[in-house]
Design a protein around this ligand. Structure first.
Ligand code: APR
Ligand code: PHB
Length: 384
């Protein structure tokens, strides 16, 4: 079997790459180890930057996103007994974000690929990459797929990054001493906008998926397990953290999904080796506080598509050679922003009183200085 681009992973990165390549007349095969049902149900983040929405709409997969996605023109920072709105329409006019679940993006992309006769293989076993320097190929479940290039879109725990020979990649990482417990609940959002809350009990985030489904996150210890968090405990803790301003009442409901996400940052450089190109979580992870993970994956894929289109058009390798450098600027900006949002809003056990006062002073600055609020807003909605 032969294709132009062998893609490992049917997350947002792999699926979007396959779709964008198809629009340029470039063939690909997507190999995914999980089932279609599993990837379509996997609940993840849900904040799409303007550039991500534009990419999906221009690629013809934004119809449901435009209909069901929730445009947001601001977020609230809540701390010290008061809420402060970061108003995108005033600080970054014309730019906003859209709340739309990542698994909805995945569903739309799978539907588009299948409608176009795309070759997506689910539940494939033992995917391995070979001969990365030239004439690369993939093996899986006893089959062989020859390709011109391989795209490693297989997430943080995939097989493509570990296949790069030792010593080639530089790795930068940081683990945070806490995790996020995330839930979905069948209840109308208690606020129209996202609320990022800092309290002495820890961070909490109020988000949503639709007019009838809310999404919440709680800062919990790094080793927390969902079994330790029965529904009543989750609601009590969300109340304690979110009902920290006068007049705000949290509406509770049936919890339909619970999960613990580790908080970690990771970058592998360069994002390429020989004929292998890494995109999305396979190359970098950010803590979710800045809502950048999915958006970075989409940005990588945009760059990779242009580079592959040039390569398959006339054999030119300039853009492909510059792929990693072109992506890493944005990746590191997002790393910094995600680190900054995380340290601004979480409680750190080893923080001394001086450090806590600094954190509160910085929050006061961000919510009172237009320049500081603009920095937050322009990073949050996404740099062009
Ligand atoms: N063989 C085949 N498929 C694999 C393998 C493997 N050995 N290992 C992992 N995969 C699949 C996973 O099952 C998953 O479906 O690769 C896919 C990777 O998808 P994601 O983890 O969603 O990564 P990505 O497409 O880069 O999207 C990044 O996902 O984790 C979030 O916050 C992150 O929003 C960001 C987005
Ligand atoms: C979400 O809605 O899942 C969400 C929103 C904002 C974040 C992270 C996750 O920063």
């Amino acid at each position: 079997m032969r294709t132009q681009v062998g893609i490992i992973g049917a997350g947002p990165a792999g699926l979007l790459l396959s779709h964008l390549l198809h629009l340029r007349g470039i063939s690909s095969v997507v190999l995914e180890k999980r089932s279609r049902d599993y990837v379509e149900r996997r609940v993840r983040a849900g904040v799409l930057e303007q550039g991500t929405v534009d990419t999906l709409v221009e690629a013809g997969v934004g119809e449901r996103l435009l209909r069901e996605g929730l445009p947001h023109h601001g977020i609230e920072l809540r701390y010290g007994g008061a809420g402060h709105r970061i108003a995108f329409e005033k600080l970054v006019p014309g730019r906003s974000i859209t709340v739309y679940g990542q698994q909805e993006v995945v569903k739309d992309l799978i539907a588009a690929r299948l409608a176009a006769g795309g070759d997506l293989r689910f539940e494939v076993e033992d995917v391995a990459v070979h001969s990365l320097e030239s004439d690369p190929y993939l093996t899986f479940g006893g089959e062989r797929l020859d390709c011109d290039v391989i795209a490693g879109c297989d997430g943080f725990h995939g097989v493509s990054r570990p296949a790069v020979p030792e010593g080639v990649l530089s790795v930068y990482e940081r683990d945070y001493p806490f995790a996020w417990l995330g839930i979905l609940a069948r209840v109308a959002p208690s606020s129209e906008e996202l609320i990022y809350t800092r309290t002495e009990r820890g961070f909490a985030l109020h988000s949503m998926r639709s007019p009838t489904v809310s999404r919440f996150y709680l800062q919990v210890p790094a080793d927390a397990r969902v079994e330790e968090w029965p529904d009543e405990r989750i609601w009590a803790e969300l109340r304690a953290r979110l009902e920290s301003v006068p007049g705000f009442t949290l509406t509770t409901g049936e919890i339909t999904e619970k999960g613990v996400t580790p908080m970690r940052a990771f970058v592998a450089e360069p994002m390429q080796y020989g004929r292998l190109y890494l995109a999305g979580d396979a190359a970098h992870i950010v803590p979710p506080t800045g809502a950048k993970g999915l958006n970075l994956a989409v940005a990588d894929v945009r760059v990779l598509t242009e580079a592959l289109a040039a390569y398959f058009a006339d054999g030119s390798t300039g853009l492909l050679d510059g792929y990693s450098d072109a992506c890493l600027k944005r990746v590191w900006r997002a790393q910094h922003f995600s680190w900054w949002m995380t340290t601004l809003l979480h409680t750190f056990e080893d923080e001394d009183p001086y450090g806590r006062r600094l954190q509160l002073s910085y929050l006061d600055y961000v919510t009172s200085s237009e320049a500081a609020a603009t920095t937050l807003a322009e990073n949050y909605v996404g740099l062009p």
